[in-house]
Ligand binder design. Structure first.
Ligand SMILES: *Cc1c(COP(=O)(O)O)cnc(C)c1O
Length: 215
């Protein structure tokens, strides 16, 4: 399915107004779809699976900023460490340590977001507040830089619930914004709930199906 260019234009206009970054989530979509959006000037793309990202990255222009938004296993960090722009789903100290190690090996600083669990669903990954506090208390790593937080709201039509969850994430984000000036990214909002996320203070939305069609 071709990219929905009209939607893209509308979305960009809305996001420009609020200063929100759009990560176009291209998981399971062919490189042709990514290239189509790239040609409209888009550079931020999100992928969930390491193998898929590693396959696609060399086939596409090198100025694409690749966001890894899936659950990252420590033993796979090395495959994306040379080029990944931002790792959204860091949810353990050991993963952060491994990212730092691979950042050092590649002579770069890898930007990361800590994933916080705010949804009701048990299955979603992420830290609770206590675990987040613990991770934020670790002295800063030179090659893995925590840039902010990422989270997902419940998959629910109850907008009050979704708003409350995003607001909670925002409050946790505010709690740490003093830590360092680069702690300034709040990644929340997907195709179904991005409007609420923006109202609640998102600085980065991750949108897939709205742009690329259903998976
Ligand atoms: C797939 C995915 C998205 C995009 O979902 P859509 O509903 O297609 O916009 C955003 N964030 C994460 C973590 C995802 O896995």
């Amino acid at each position: 399915m071709p990219v929905n260019k009209k939607r893209y234009a509308e979305l960009k206009e809305l996001l420009n107004k609020s200063g929100t970054t759009l990560v176009a989530v291209s998981k399971t979509k062919p490189v042709e779809d990514i290239r189509e959006l790239y040609e409209l000037g888009h550079r931020d793309f999100g992928e969930n699976y390491v193998q898929e990202l590693v396959d696609k990255q060399p086939q596409l222009p090198h100025d694409i900023r690749w966001h890894f938004i899936g659950h990252l296993q420590s033993n796979k960090v090395k495959y994306i460490a040379p080029f990944v722009h931002l790792v959204h789903g860091v949810d353990s100290a050991s993963l952060l340590r491994e990212i730092n190690k691979q950042g050092l090996k590649n002579n770069r600083v890898i930007d990361c977001l800590l994933q916080v669990h705010v949804a009701q669903e048990e299955t979603k990954f992420g830290l609770d507040e206590k675990e987040l506090d613990k991770l934020m208390a670790i002295p800063a790593y030179p090659h893995a830089r925590i840039r902010g937080l990422m989270g997902m709201a419940s998959f629910s039509s109850d907008t009050t619930l979704v708003r409350r969850e995003f607001n909670r994430l925002k409050q946790l984000f505010i709690k740490y914004t003093h830590v360092h000036p680069e702690f300034n990214i709040l990644s929340m909002g997907m195709s179904g709930d991005y409007a609420i996320a923006i109202e609640e203070g998102s600085t980065m939305v991750r949108i897939g199906s709205l742009l690329f069609g259903n998976r």
